[in-house]
Design a protein around this ligand. Structure first.
Ligand code: MSP
Length: 694
């Protein structure tokens, strides 16, 4: 990790207030917030800016339709954005509105500079000219005739006819900046990513850049051009300027000087539809005005739903308020950042959202935290166990990447920040899904390490006390580090885990990245549910943990494996299908078609918990590749619940659900038996969850 304090500005586009926020807006804002948090965690000095774009013809029209003033309309919608960001735990440093006076003054200062600017070949950067062409009021942009769909000159993005416009406008001489732009982008002094977007922009430059008009005659709701008071500045010039006006460009303020002019990085996160404005117009305008230009721009992909563009007409919009309300801000933030690489287009489905929540959050992360803390509570009297002191070989320090697998498998390890550097590096590369995949790899290894180390066995042997404590200390530290590194994406969960670890519910700081911060002997906090499992509809699971078993069900059902009570009758788990077939007489045999009705699949156990009041029954969560479900098995007399997690077993996947001791089971785990004790059927090589057993 770098020790010098890097200074940067991170921005989102400022959002139009013509309508309520949608999920595309939430997507960029979550991404920017995550990157800002990751940078702060890495000890960097960051300024995170977002806001609303409030001028233009669209707003005039909508306010008129609503029968209120433009300002009233803007105030209401801008407030809706801010309240949404509160719900999503977005912590911006500044929320700019283009109707603020400080913005207007900043824009006019920039305009004055442009009016006096000369192009590299000595001409005026801004000149008065005549514009005639097709204008899309929704894009607030001019369109080339070849871009439009015929008949009716329809804008391809908004599917509405464009308007033929003729007026005297000021123009910005973009054509004169072609060479400078090409060189700036090719040299990566302006780093445009993903590469496909960089190539797209270079392609546009290659075709030749046209000057564009920067004032509008027919629009009133905007910033009046001093030289032509009946004109307003083109809304894109007005909007793009927010990136400097918000920092105090008008008065050469401290934030402007420190973060923009004097900072190390000026980064814009944008959508792929607005790259021309950001990667061509904006750098050229700033360069002409003698203001430092952005150093990096990253274009996110588009979210679709059921394979289609989000649109009110199609009725497939994703309401960001409903999304955050459904499973909370952490889950929504996690899902959008984990589901696809940030620059790619991707399709939102409800089942993927709920599936990831249950598999990644409830099972992987939730279980790791609850198992680590439960064991520490049980075996270490609810306190942090003694610190494991490594003997660090000379010259091996924080720079060496640690292998946690090795660390858990053997008693020798060198703790350091290898994992932290890796994950922070991925955030820095704007590879959120990569950062999370990296972290989840470690979560999986930690869960696996529990199975391997079998702390419950160590706990039975007083001679192995030291080993047990050393293991649990490292496990708790591992959990702590996971919380620290996941905090940019899931700030609430991270702070909650901190609370459970007894270090206080708070935001992690750069100091928390170091290994070994938990103080031995310090009491741990209470164990709280982190991500309670939900059903397919995202509702809390019925019949799970908290649902009490009914008295009659409890009385009637004896402790039996799931198969014995599951209609239709199925073979007892003790009888493996192959053995049963061998033993059967020819007359009892079934034909292949009958057997084919039974759907056998490989399933990975992701969580296991003994059912209270039962000697044999254990409640399992099993990952079937396509879904994670609950299965009850009668194997608790032969297996410790903790030891089951991570095992791949065979499950009858198409049994009708049944209840055992009031707990719903959705399938049956196959097992044989030795001396009456269950022995699970398994594979002799690694197979993926969901693999069909034939
Ligand atoms: N006001 C301008 C930006 C000015 S910045 C100086 C604007 N506003 S917007 O509200 O229409 O869009 C803001 C961002 O949302 C754009 O970057 C756009 O790409 C993004 N998205 C809109 N729909 C989206 C999806 N369906 N998916 C992902 N992002 C999407 O443009």
């Amino acid at each position: 990790m770098s020790t010098t304090k890097r200074v940067s500005v991170i921005t989102t586009p400022i959002y139009y207030v013509n309508d309520l926020p949608h999920v595309g807006h939430a997507y960029t804002t979550i991404a920017a917030d995550t990157l800002a948090r990751a940078r702060r965690l890495g000890g960097q000095d960051v300024f995170f800016l977002t806001g609303t774009d409030e001028h233009g013809q669209n707003i005039e029209r909508i306010a008129r339709e609503r029968g209120i003033s433009e300002q009233e309309h803007c105030d209401a919608i801008s407030a809706a954005f801010r309240s949404l960001w509160d719900r999503y735990d977005i912590r911006y440093d500044r929320f700019i509105r283009t109707t603020e006076d400080v913005h207007r003054r900043g824009v006019l200062k920039l305009w004055a500079r442009l009016r006096g600017a000369k192009t590299p070949d000595g001409r005026d950067a801004v000149y008065l000219g005549k514009y005639s062409g097709w204008y899309c009021p929704r894009c607030e942009g001019f369109k080339d005739e070849e871009e439009l769909r015929q008949p009716d000159n329809v804008c391809p993005d908004h599917e509405r006819p464009c308007e033929w416009t003729e007026e005297e406008n000021f123009f910005f001489r973009l054509s004169a900046y072609e060479g400078w732009l090409r060189e700036t982008i090719e040299s990566d002094r302006l780093r445009i990513r993903p590469d496909s977007r960089r190539n797209e922009i270079l392609g546009v430059i290659k075709q030749g850049l046209k000057d564009f008009s920067v004032s509008r005659a027919r629009v009133k709701w905007g910033i009046a051009v001093p030289e032509q008071p009946d004109h307003v500045l083109y809304v894109w010039v007005d909007a793009l300027s927010n990136y400097v006006t918000a920092l105090g460009f008008a008065d050469d303020g401290e934030a402007y000087r420190h973060y923009w002019a004097g900072g190390d990085e000026r980064l814009h996160l944008i959508g792929k539809d607005i790259i021309r404005f950001h990667c061509l117009y904006w750098p050229a305008i700033l360069h002409a005005a003698g203001v430092p230009v952005p150093t990096r721009e990253f274009a996110q992909g588009f979210i679709t739903r059921d394979g289609r563009k989000l649109s009110k007409t199609t009725g497939n919009v994703i309401d960001p308020v409903a999304l955050v309300q459904r499973l909370g801000p952490d889950a929504a933030r996690y899902f959008v950042l984990r589901e696809a690489p940030y620059g790619a287009d991707w399709d939102f489905t409800d089942s993927a959202f709920v599936g990831r929540y249950n598999a990644d959050l409830a099972n992987d992360l939730g279980n790791l935290v609850s198992r680590a803390l439960t064991m520490a509570a049980k075996y270490c009297d609810g306190k942090v166990p003694p610190r494991w002191e490594p003997s660090v070989p000379e010259g091996v320090g924080p720079a060496r990447a640690v292998d946690f697998t090795e660390m858990f498998a053997t008693s020798v390890c060198v703790p350091n920040d290898g994992l932290a550097a890796k994950v922070l590096g991925r955030y820095e590369d704007i590879d959120f899904s990569g950062a999370l995949t990296e972290l989840w790899g470690w979560i999986g290894q930690f869960n696996q390490a529990i199975v391997q180390a079998q702390p419950w066995s160590l706990a039975k042997d007083p001679a192995r006390r030291g080993e047990l404590e050393a293991f649990l200390y490292r496990l708790l530290e591992g959990v702590r580090l996971v919380a620290v590194l996941v905090s940019p994406v899931m700030p609430r969960a991270a702070s909650r885990i901190f609370g459970m670890l007894g270090v206080g519910e708070r935001e992690p700081t750069p100091g928390d990245l170091a290994w070994g911060r938990l103080e031995p002997g310090r009491p741990l906090g209470s164990i709280l549910p982190l991500f309670p499992r939900v059903d397919r509809d995202g509702e809390p699971k019925s019949g799970s943990e908290d649902a009490p078993a009914t008295k009659t069900a409890t009385k009637k059902q004896k402790e039996t494996p799931v198969s014995e009570t599951t209609p239709p009758p199925a073979p007892k788990p003790e009888a493996a299908p192959a053995a049963a077939a061998t033993a059967a007489t020819a007359g009892d045999r079934i034909d292949i078609a009958e057997f084919a009705k039974v759907e056998l699949r490989a399933a990975k156990i992701t969580a296991a918990e003994k059912i209270a009041g039962s000697k044999k029954l254990v409640r399992l969560q099993v990952d079937l590749g396509s879904d994670v479900r609950q299965v009850v098995a009668g194997i608790a007399d032969a297996y410790e619940a903790e030891a089951l997690v991570g095992k791949t077993v065979i499950v009858v996947a198409n049994l009708k659900p049944a209840k055992l001791m009031g707990v719903e089971s959705n399938g049956m785990v196959l097992a044989g038996s030795i001396d009456g004790k269950a022995v699970l059927c398994s594979f002799d090589a690694e197979v993926a969850p969901g693999t069909k057993v034939k």
